[in-house]
Design a binder for this molecule. Structure first.
Ligand code: G3I
Length: 374
């Protein structure tokens, strides 16, 4: 039996142990997650690093389930650029080639972000910065012209606590590019590749906490101003780094989606995962709690016609940024978090089954006309 056929029959959830392939015993759907998403006109995918994507179990899981690929790091400015010499596009090209080989849509992440601005520009003069940011945007978009489904043009410029600055984050970008000139990034991007959808991407707006509400308000005010001045933006990217310690309200999320839809934007879930640092239980209880939040979130998303795609931030718990990169969210028991659909061995977790069921049960189709005209 061909490996691909074996994966189809087992739902892609197999373990490779000492050269032996051991299928998981739980029944698996024959269709991968992207195939299920396509039934309602949507796409499903994953953020990856080339060094993970070409090793098992990630490689097989991508073959089975990926219809969208985002570069977790490889298309960030600071990763490809240094003061001397030409930008190094090798990792970005590898991610592009991976998406082509999978027949997956490629999301470009991200053209302007304070965290990925090269360190040598931190103390640049504003004119020098504007020249460098413009040249970077144009060169990267030119390299991938015609191959990108959606570009994250601008990432994470909101900081609701910055009351003196209308909720706009104070950063190297606000200081040297200027918050009032953020729409110009979208204009440059539209001109550089008219075939790519253009997104603003941000976090902390999906759950039912006062600080999320504050971030949603700032966002809606910002988008309203942008849309009024004719900014060429097509998509709101909601990162959806969810957390079990925060409340969730489908009703409030859907009201927020309506507000985004009223601006003519489609919605992409761009970096989905669920942190479980706050759950004191054993693995089974944690996995059930994580799966329940995935179900509530996915059911809400898939009931809205403006939601176009769902992208997970990494593939397995073993390659999740949450476990790889300590952001001060360690569990008190010292165990790794279990934020994704597959465990570190690539086995499907309860969250995989609830996401599969949500995709399989969805009836509301992604409808761009409804997303554009309400
Ligand atoms: O690879 C080096 C390693 O050699 C070194 O020892 C270590 C020391 O700190 O750093 C490692 O690089 C880290 C890299 O992740 C690889 O894990 C960088 O320090 C760290 O800054 C980098 O963080 C990434 C972060 O974006 C900044 O680019 C995360 O992996 C990545 O998941 C994260 O992704 C962001 C999205 O772009 C935007 N939304 C939030 C999301 C999560 O923070």
């Amino acid at each position: 039996m061909l490996r691909r056929e074996f994966l189809r029959l087992t739902g892609g959830t197999c373990l490779v142990h000492a050269g032996m392939v051991v299928a998981q015993t739980q029944p698996q759907p024959e269709e991968g997650l992207d195939t299920l998403a396509r039934r309602t006109g949507r796409r499903f995918g994953f953020a990856v690093q080339p060094s993970h994507a070409d090793k098992e179990p990630v490689r097989s899981l991508l073959q089975q389930h990926a219809g969208v690929i985002t570069a977790e790091l490889a298309m960030k400015w600071n990763i490809m650029s240094n003061l001397l010499g030409a930008p190094d596009y090798r990792a970005a090209d590898q991610v592009g080639a991976l998406a082509s080989s999978l027949g997956a849509a490629l999301r470009g992440h991200t053209l302007a972000w304070h965290q990925s601005t090269p360190a040598y520009l931190t103390n640049a003069a504003p004119e020098q910065f504007v020249t460098a940011q413009t040249a970077h945007l144009q060169a990267l978009m030119q390299r991938f012209k015609g191959r990108i489904h959606t570009w994250d043009v601008l990432n994470e410029v909101i900081d609701a606590a910055a009351a003196d600055h209308q909720g706009m984050r104070q950063s190297v970008l606000s200081r040297l590019w200027g918050t009032d000139r953020y729409p110009a990034l979208f204009e440059l991007a539209r001109a550089a590749d008219p075939s790519a959808k253009l997104a603003y991407n941000d976090y902390g707006m999906e759950q039912d906490e006062p600080w999320c509400e504050a971030r949603r308000s700032v966002l809606l005010r910002m988008l309203e101003a942008w849309v009024k001045r004719g900014t060429p933006i097509d998509v709101m990217g909601l990162q959806a780094h969810l957390d079990l310690s925060r409340r969730f309200s489908a009703q409030k999320l859907l009201r927020f989606f309506n507000d985004l839809q009223a601006f003519g934007l489609s919605i992409q879930i761009t970096e989905l995962d669920v942190r479980d640092a706050s759950n004191p239980g054993g693995v089974a209880a944690r996995d059930e709690a994580v799966a329940a939040l995935y179900k509530d979130f996915m059911d809400a998303c898939l009931s809205h016609p403006a939601v176009e795609m769902v992208v997970m931030w990494n593939v397995t718990d073993g390659d999740s940024w949450i476990n790889r990169w300590n952001q001060g969210q360690r569990r008190t028991d010292g165990l790794p978090q279990r934020p994704l659909l597959f465990d570190a061995q690539g086995l499907a977790k309860p969250a995989f089954h609830t996401v599969t069921a949500s995709l399989g049960d969805a009836t509301v189709k992604f409808d761009m006309k409804k997303a554009s005209n309400g």
